[in-house]
Write a protein that binds this ligand. Structure first.
Ligand code: ZN
Length: 112
């Protein structure tokens, strides 16, 4: 029992310590492998990327597609099929119907 001798332990107790140390080493190896695998999946998971793309596409279509649920003009609050988007004075985005477009233009807002 060389390892037990190195720790200055002999007999039955030494064998037990060797088993405990071996188990600790195994646990460390498993933990290390798991950690490495997690980092790899986080770095380049194709599923995560595609999900993010789908979410972005949804947001895009919700903002501009005429098929989306009726949108309301930010100025007159009436539902409008197609809105023009501008950045208002506070930096927020507003959707403007065709009737209110001249008002937005008069405020000199940046068109998106
Ligand atoms: Zn309007």
């Amino acid at each position: 029992m060389e390892l037990a001798d190195a720790f200055g332990i002999g007999g039955e107790g030494g064998a037990m310590w060797v088993a405990v140390i071996a188990a600790a080493i195994v646990v460390l190896i498993i933990a290390g492998a798991t950690f490495r695998r997690r980092r790899r999946t986080r770095a380049g998971n194709p599923k995560l990327v595609s999900l993010e793309e789908v979410r972005r596409a949804k947001r895009r279509s919700a903002g501009r597609s005429p098929e989306a649920k009726p949108q309301h003009c930010s100025l007159c609050r009436r539902p409008a099929g197609r809105l023009s988007f501008y950045v208002d004075e506070r930096g927020g985005t507003i959707g403007v119907c065709r009737a209110c477009k001249p008002k937005a233009e008069a405020r000199d807002l940046d068109r998106l």
